[in-house]
Design a protein around this ligand. Structure first.
Ligand code: COA
Ligand code: MG
Length: 303
């Protein structure tokens, strides 16, 4: 965690973020029993244009009557240049979720603009802004977009990659391994890390393809993503598992922490564990990993 991020809010578990169409009342109710780290209540692409107002009403009723507890709550609004964006933002201000997810961001001014709008409405500082990275412009300008975090976009907290839109806009075909997308994806991860943001991998459409999904989760984790946006409850368990530290990683982190805690090690910056050089920077990494492990067990206690 960088100084920028830790100065505001403690790190959150964001392994599995399930998109739930706000138009679907049955799916909304279903969210209560699901073990995802967060729910993205969607007012955008999963809701037909003629039913946007009904979806907003559903969401208001859901938050008033059966609010979701113990999970991060994110509301995805319609794009800022659409007729629905204003009413969606009013809904966000009324509901006060943990974050508003802005789709089809194109430039840094989109983030600065929405932050200014939330400030003018005196929204609580805890109401964060997340950005969908799904337009070619957003990928090209991702450093500047993420960098708004240090200035007038201080509410910005996470980037979420949207590959359905990005593929549509660029013509890159959906292929296993995502070879032609990797340079763009890594650029988004890098920009997020440069400015202390979390970064969430794209949805995987074929929710019956367990092996394909597991492969993409493992790839996303190896690339440095914090978690994955999901479309179906069947994807939650695998995302939680793949984006959590594995047994070997935990054992290694514990050995590093024990190694630096051993008598005499306090004055050392480099030690040897199992034939490998371990530096103090690895201790920081190990402590961060164990913090995540504790967060995961705390969540299991709540569930
Ligand atoms: N959130 C909560 N519950 C969900 C869900 C979701 N995203 N997707 C499916 N479910 C529920 C269904 O309601 C169903 O519950 P039930 O058995 O009590 O009726 C159960 O899980 C099994 O669903 P299934 O029959 O396998 O899928 P489906 O045909 O009902 O739905 C989709 C398939 C793709 C239409 C649906 O998963 C969906 O709408 N996903 C989200 C789409 C979205 O948000 N898109 C925008 C972001 S890219
Ligand atoms: Mg999209």
């Amino acid at each position: 965690m960088t100084a920028i991020a830790s100065a505001s809010l403690p790190p959150r578990l964001r392994r599995s973020l399930l998109s739930v169409p706000a138009i679907n009342e049955r799916a909304l109710q279903k969210a209560h029993g699901l073990d995802c780290d967060g729910v993205i209540f969607d007012l955008e692409d999963s809701v037909a244009p003629a039913r946007k107002a009904e979806a907003r009403d559903n969401l208001k009723r859901f938050f008033a009557e059966t609010p979701l507890r113990g999970r991060e709550r994110i509301v995805r609004i319609n794009a800022l240049d659409t007729d629905d964006a204003g009413a969606d933002l009013d809904t966000v201000l009324a509901l006060n979720p943990d974050a508003v997810l802005v789709p089809k961001v194109t430039t840094p001014s989109d983030i600065i603009g929405i932050c200014a709008r939330l400030d003018r409405a005196r929204a609580p500082k805890g109401l964060r802004v997340w950005a969908m990275v799904e337009t070619p412009r957003a990928v090209l300008e991702i450093g500047a977009i993420a960098g708004t975090r240090q200035g007038h976009g201080a509410r910005l907290d996470a980037l979420v990659v949207g590959l359905n839109d990005l593929r549509k806009e660029t013509g890159v075909l959906p292929q296993p391994g995502r070879a032609y997308l990797l340079p763009w994806l890594m650029q988004v991860v890098l920009a997020a890390r440069a400015f202390g943001l979390d970064v969430i991998d794209s949805v995987f459409n074929d929710f019956r393809d367990e092996a394909g999904f597991a492969g993409e989760c493992a790839q996303g984790r190896a690339m440095g993503f914090d978690g994955k946006m999901l479309i179906h409850p069947a994807q939650i368990e695998a995302a939680n598992r793949h984006f959590a530290p594995g047994e070997a990683e935990i054992a290694e982190a514990q050995a590093i922490i024990a190694g630096f805690a051993a008598p005499g090690a306090e004055a050392l910056n480099v030690i040897e564990i199992g034939g490998r050089m371990v530096e103090r920077l690895h201790l920081e990494q190990a402590e961060r990993l164990m913090h995540k492990v504790r967060q995961i067990s705390a969540r299991k206690d709540i569930a």
